[in-house]
Design a protein around this ligand. Structure first.
Ligand code: ARG
Length: 570
């Protein structure tokens, strides 16, 4: 049941406008749901908003289905607040218990969307920005998939560009095979840094790099072999990290794939008059959009990041026919995507909606850009290992009886969950801070807290199964759930579909994460104030067990959407 959608329809019909919001107030003294419709309308007509609210309420009440609302009231400065009846909550809660795919819809049926995320550059380490893209992209893709879209998960790796000419020179001068094989990315990165250091002394290196890249572009066998090898080794490293994170892709096609078609693409742009010459280069003017020109070919004839992205859109449209294409890439590339999307518009390549899903930086606890003490980028491996080590401390404390192997397994899921949730709970436009304490705080708004809540409820369900006095045949009677803590929890469970749908519309995971946190908090409050296993009344116990079941199913599904595993024990 999409409560927000139901109330929206009801209000829309009576008010004759869709210019209003339906909110879930923080405190139920302001209603279970609330709308500002009267305030909006009053502003237009100059009427008194509270009076107007009262008039609307009479008509809304008359049109409302029976038994749903306990009361609908006007409140200053003109809100209309709705409260649901106990009976409605019990009935819907019970229905949700019986619905194995509660929260799922077919909103996306028949629609294909491409989510592009992660996008690391080969021969370089993945950095925390790529980690953010990976975590956010995966979660949003999960949400779209859950709502019935056909989702194509795409890793657009950076595997082309003049830097590979430099890499090849560096490898030929100072590299050795064994070192690369042993630690590919470290070694390649070292060679790349060395190249730039040496270039200060011998500037002709630059030119040699360009030459080698040109040879690579022209298909020179030796260079091609080297490049393929760098790529293979890099992808192997990336895959190891994806495996740790539990992230998968349907397509790993990077920039190099488009190289072959670029000459023709650029010629087309030129003949159509879209691109024109400027100081030897080819540019697309975007002046009328208030943007600087997009460079599509350098004066030496080399193609560019932009050109490859144009080719990429063309290819995707032809091959996949998606309705939307999402690019999960950091804020710092905003201008690139603004330009790209305008070029696509000019080329009528906007058959799919193109959207840059940007995100902020990763900061350390002092608010500085995340780096090691020496100012180098932080290794993802170090980050993941630290998260897992800290998680292991929690597991040791909470569950000392577990075998070493199991502890490690749990610590891995908890550490990764902590990392992911720390990111996903923020509005992606903001910077995220690595505050290890907060991230792993088992009683705060953290991944481990949610996982711990799940495990705690799962253990009650486990204990309940072993009880002899259960009446397994009769269905749980939700009418027996009438304590405030029980009804509050049911109401939160029932907000699940709305929470997913909000994440879908906003393409943000922050409110959804917060929803899960509130749900977990209410679940804990319920459990701490209300006996379940120890409840002597068998029917009441059965109802409470049912409530825990439906709650835990939602927590698990919700965590799953965020890419976080729910475990039976922590
Ligand atoms: N590989 C690039 C980087 O690491 C990001 C690619 C973004 N995606 C795109 N379609 N341009 O900076």
């Amino acid at each position: 049941m999409f409560m927000k959608a139901e109330i929206t329809k009801l209000v829309e019909r009576v008010a004759g406008t869709d210019q209003f919001e339906i909110l879930v107030p923080e405190r139920d003294s302001f209603g279970h749901y609330s709308t500002n419709v009267a305030m909006r309308m009053a502003k237009q007509s100059g009427r008194n908003p509270v009076e107007l609210a009262r008039e609307l309420i009479v008509r809304i009440s008359a049109g409302a289905p029976r038994g749903v609302f306990l009361k609908i009231e006007a409140a200053a400065p003109g809100f209309i607040n709705f409260w649901l009846t106990k009976e409605f909550l019990q009935k819907e809660g019970f229905r949700a218990l019986g619905n194995k795919s509660f929260g799922k819809t077919n909103l996306g049926r028949g629609k294909k969307v491409i989510f592009e995320y992660s996008d690391p550059n080969i021969a370089k380490r993945m950095h925390v920005g790529h980690l953010r893209a990976t975590i956010i992209g995966d979660a949003l893709a999960n949400i779209y998939e859950f709502l019935g879209y056909k989702v194509v998960r795409w890793n657009y790796i950076g595997d082309w560009g003049t830097q590979f000419g430099k890499m090849i020179v560096a490898y030929k001068l100072w590299g050795n095979k064994v070192a690369v094989q042993k630690n590919p990315i470290e070694e390649l990165q070292r060679l790349y840094v060395k190249f730039h250091e040496e270039m200060e002394r011998s500037p002709d290196l630059e030119e040699r790099g360009q030459e080698e890249f040109k040879k690579l572009e022209e298909g020179n066998g030796g260079n091609k072999k080297l490049w393929e090898w760098f790529k293979r080794e890099s992808l192997r490293e990336f895959d190891r990290i994806y495996q740790l994170l539990g992230v998968k892709f349907d397509v790993t096609i990077g920039e190099a794939f488009y190289e072959k078609g670029l000459k023709k693409l650029v010629a087309d742009l030129k003949s159509k008059g879209v691109a024109k010459e400027s100081e030897g280069s080819l540019i697309v003017t975007l002046e009328k959009f208030g943007l600087p020109p997009a460079l599509v070919q350098k004066s030496d004839g080399a193609s560019l990041y932009m050109t490859r992205d144009i080719a990429n859109i063309k290819y995707r449209l032809a091959k996949y026919k998606p309705v939307k294409m999402f690019y999960v890439v950091g804020n710092e590339q905003s201008l690139h995507f603004e330009q790209l999307f305008k070029v696509a518009e000019i080329l009528k390549l906007n058959k799919a909606e193109l959207k840059h899903l940007k995100f902020g930086l990763v900061l350390d606890e002092d608010g500085q850009k995340f780096a090691t003490r020496e100012g180098r980028v932080v290794l993802l491996d170090d980050l993941i290992n630290k998260a897992m080590a800290l998680a292991l401390e929690i597991v040791d404390r909470k569950n000392p009886g577990l075998s070493k192997k199991d502890k490690e397994k749990v610590a891995r899921a908890v550490g990764i969950g902590a990392l992911k949730y720390n990111d996903l709970k923020e509005n992606r436009h903001s910077d995220v801070t690595f505050n290890w304490g907060q991230m792993l705080n088992i009683s705060g708004n953290s991944g481990p807290y949610l996982q711990y809540t799940y495990a705690r409820l799962a253990s009650i369900l486990g204990k309940n199964k072993k009880q002899k006095t259960n009446n397994k045949k009769t269905k749980p009677d939700f009418k027996l759930l009438d304590k405030k803590e029980e009804l509050d929890l049911i109401r939160k469970v029932l907000q699940f579909p709305d929470a997913i749908s909000e994440a879908h519309d906003s393409l943000l995971t922050s409110n959804f994460s917060n929803y899960l946190y509130e749900l977990a908090s209410l679940a804990n409050r319920f459990y701490e104030t209300t006996p379940v296993i120890k409840e002597p009344d068998v029917a009441r116990r059965g109802a409470r067990v049912g409530l825990i079941q439906v709650t835990n199913r939602v927590i698990k599904a919700g965590l799953g959407l965020l890419g976080i595993r729910a475990l039976g024990s922590i």
